[in-house]
Design a protein around this ligand. Structure first.
Ligand SMILES: COc1ccc(C(=O)/C=[SH]/C[C@H](NC(=O)CC[C@H](N)C(=O)O)C(=O)NCC(=O)O)cc1OC
Length: 268
């Protein structure tokens, strides 16, 4: 395959699954090899984009030279790793790669627990959802204690598993803000807490900020995901303009009130 031809990723800038690709490309110093085309999730998908994805609206998707389309962030990560293998980010040793993949297999339940928690609108479900989130962190902690008790990352460097999980650790800043959630100070979470902090600091993962996440994901905290509009609102918190840096911080209280477009700084 001609790896110098143009590869295009259609993506939502603050989506964690797209950030995985950006982190991987940053680790490979290959960010310039892929063109990232921004899609406004608050607007209906352009017909030409839907045609590319055979009607699927989920992003990111990658268009190869010649028009072939791939999707699913973990698949796209592996494709990038295979396309530009040096420097390797995935482990080359089969056993170490298997260990890496065992940790990555935890990402789906981890992601779903966090999104279900932030999007929950039933006060009665808060504590069970908090416990479910803690259980997911405990699963990762137990795995790291068994496989990597004394290193900062899973292996010597920030690598594949870190590229998969760091975007989720960053999105879960919305749990701290809207659900007053954080890991308890007890030893059950020491290893995963250290891993998370090291991941959040890594220079290859600085595509988004805490402020951006908190402001754009306000509607998720009120139960509206993927750019959906809430009752009484005309604009999603996911809109590009006004830019998030020009907007006020949303109210932290998701339970007793709903902020208006004006209060969120969304009015044009
Ligand atoms: C309610 O739970 C969740 C809600 C949203 C997201 C999220 O980050 C969307 S990021 C943007 C979202 N993309 C995906 O969900 C892609 C997931 C896919 N499995 C991948 O890994 O690439 C999307 O395109 N949505 C628009 C559409 O489908 O029309 C995650 C959640 O749970 C993990």
């Amino acid at each position: 395959m001609d790896t110098t031809a143009e590869f295009t990723v259609y993506h939502i800038p603050v989506c964690p699954f797209s950030q995985r690709l950006e982190i991987l490309l940053a680790l490979k110093e290959a960010r310039s090899k892929v063109r990232f085309e921004v899609v406004d999730i608050t607007q209906p998908r352009p017909p030409e984009l839907l045609a590319k994805s055979r009607g699927s609206t989920a992003l990111p998707i990658m268009e190869l030279p010649g028009g072939r389309i791939l999707k699913e962030s973990l698949v796209l990560m592996q494709f990038i790793e295979d396309l530009w293998p040096d420097p390797a980010v995935a482990q080359r040793d089969p056993y170490r790669r298997a260990v890496e993949n065992m940790l990555v297999r935890l990402e789906g339940d981890f992601a779903n627990a966090g999104y279900a928690f932030v999007m929950n609108q039933d006060p009665q479900r808060r504590e069970p959802l908090r416990q479910r989130m803690l259980e997911q962190f405990a699963r990762i902690d137990e795995f790291l204690v068994a496989q990597a008790p004394r290193t900062t990352y899973l292996f010597e460097n920030f690598g594949w598993a870190e590229a998969v999980f760091t975007p989720l650790f960053m999105r879960f800043w919305f749990l701290e803000y809207y659900e007053e959630f954080d890991l308890p100070a007890d030893a059950r979470f020491d290893r995963v807490r250290d891993w998370r902090e090291a991941c959040l600091r890594h220079p290859a993962a600085q595509q988004v900020s805490r402020e951006e996440i908190i402001k754009l994901y306000y509607d998720y905290a009120k139960g509206a995901g993927n750019g959906a509009l809430l009752p009484g609102r005309e604009r999603s918190s996911f809109v590009f303009e006004p830019h998030w840096s020009d907007r006020p911080w949303p109210p932290r209280d998701k339970w007793s009130r709903s902020a208006s477009d004006a209060e969120l700084g969304l009015s044009l």
